[in-house]
Design a protein around this ligand. Structure first.
Ligand SMILES: [Fe+2]
Ligand SMILES: [Fe+2]
Length: 294
């Protein structure tokens, strides 16, 4: 990473120090933090209605309550499973870069990040295994490597930021939803606290890495990266619609229902809402030339 001038170095160092100080101060023991109940009643909502894949559609008004509750259970297990897989991928990428050339400044922050993400992966997987009896398998397409370090550095941190922002949208909502069981509220709230630092860091590093690209790459190449990031955002949204989830919740044609839901205009409206904060960030910082995603 090239920090173009002293001012940029100072600003980045200042932000990193603040984030490291808060992470040190607020550090908690995740292995003692949660009161894991033996089981969760299936006859309740496990996820806030507005986060479910049927929200804002006729399905939500027409399905029997018991099926909506079952779907909320399996969609929440899918959400935490996506967290487990997403964290594994981002840990691999951050560990590849810590204490390597170009990443000297954020390495101290990376130690906190890696430690915290390991703990998040632990509590999300524990939730899935305790209350769902499984972690859904990772169906994400293999991410192709461009073979160019300067692109990869940028794309890795852009992907991490997108992942963390989508998750945070869910965490913010469920962390304060009084209708949810305390353990559900708690893991979402605790995760949101740590992620607010990760997202603040992510935004800084993505801007810096994009500056490197603007200095050295052609307009066409920058546009290709924009297209790639947008595709990644759409595929992240699509992973919220898992056919196995619909099957587990008792739907007869799980693939058909998935494809139907994903394409509904009412759902596209929700996708844009979930991604709004991220899209606005990319547009504001001229990483995107427009807001169009779908
Ligand atoms: Fe996390
Ligand atoms: Fe994170």
């Amino acid at each position: 990473m090239l920090l173009q001038n002293e001012e940029a170095v100072d600003r980045f160092s200042y932000i990193l120090k603040k984030l490291v100080d808060v992470a040190t101060e607020d550090h908690y023991n995740p292995y003692k933090e949660f009161e894991w109940v033996d089981s969760l009643d299936p006859n309740q909502m496990w996820m806030s209605p507005s986060l479910m894949s049927i929200y804002n559609t006729t399905f939500y008004n027409e399905l029997p309550e018991a099926q909506i509750q079952a779907l909320s259970k399996w969609e929440s297990i899918n959400f935490y499973s996506l967290n487990v897989h997403g964290i594994r991928e981002l840990l691999i990428e951050v560990i590849k870069r810590i204490h390597t050339e170009g990443f000297e400044l954020p390495s101290e922050f990376f130690h906190h990040f890696i430690g915290e993400e390991n703990e998040h992966m632990w509590f999300f997987s524990k939730f899935c295994l305790n209350y769902g009896g499984k972690i859904y398998v990772d169906k994400k397409v293999i991410i192709e490597n461009s073979g160019k370090e300067i692109f990869e550095n940028f794309l890795v941190f852009a992907r991490i930021l997108i992942f963390e922002e989508i998750v945070d949208y869910f965490n913010i909502c469920m962390g304060s939803d009084q209708s949810l069981h305390p353990i559900i509220r708690k893991i979402n709230k605790v995760h949101h606290m740590d992620e607010s630092r990760h997202i603040a860091f992510g935004r800084e590093i993505v801007k810096l890495l994009h500056n490197d690209l603007k200095e050295t790459q052609s307009i066409e190449q920058l546009y290709q990266l924009e297209t790639y990031i947008k595709r990644y955002m759409v595929s992240s949204i699509n992973s919220l619609y898992n056919p196995t989830v619909y099957k587990d919740a008792g739907f007869e044609e799980p693939y058909a229902i998935r494809n139907k839901l994903i394409a509904l205009p009412e759902r596209v409206e929700m996708h844009e809402k979930i991604l709004k904060r991220t899209t606005d960030f990319f547009v504001k910082n001229e990483i995107f030339s427009n807001k169009e995603l779908f």
